[in-house]
Ligand binder design. Structure first.
Ligand SMILES: [Zn+2]
Length: 114
């Protein structure tokens, strides 16, 4: 979404969520300085998601094999958070859960709650 900037309105310089570089936003929803940074962010989420998908599905639908899987998911999250702190100066590597529900409103319950 392109930002329509009213006369006299200043768009602040922002910090890229991926590289921490400063940039001037072109839209109100822009959080990355470039397509390269957006792609790097999404690629990491995809790769991490592949790991969690199988663990989650086993946890949810094969209860016999579920022992220890929640702990495994937590351990994976700890390792990724440590990696984020070490390589990304602690910048958040995930999107707000509202991003998921905004993109997938059918996931919400009848009252619009998670
Ligand atoms: Zn960037």
């Amino acid at each position: 979404m392109k930002l329509i900037k009213p006369a006299g309105c200043e768009i602040p310089n922002l910090t890229c969520r991926e590289c921490a570089g400063r940039y001037e936003a072109n839209s109100v929803t822009q959080v990355f300085c470039s397509a390269v940074c957006r792609s790097a962010h999404d690629t990491r989420r995809i790769e991490r998601g592949k790991i969690l998908y199988d663990i989650f599905m086993e946890l949810r639908y094969n209860r016999r094999g579920a022992s220890g899987l929640w702990s495994l998911m937590c351990r994976v999250g700890e390792l990724w958070r440590d990696e984020d702190k070490r390589l990304r100066a602690g910048r958040q590597s995930w999107k707000d859960p509202a991003y998921v529900t905004d993109k997938n409103p059918h996931l919400l319950g009848k009252r619009g709650r998670i």
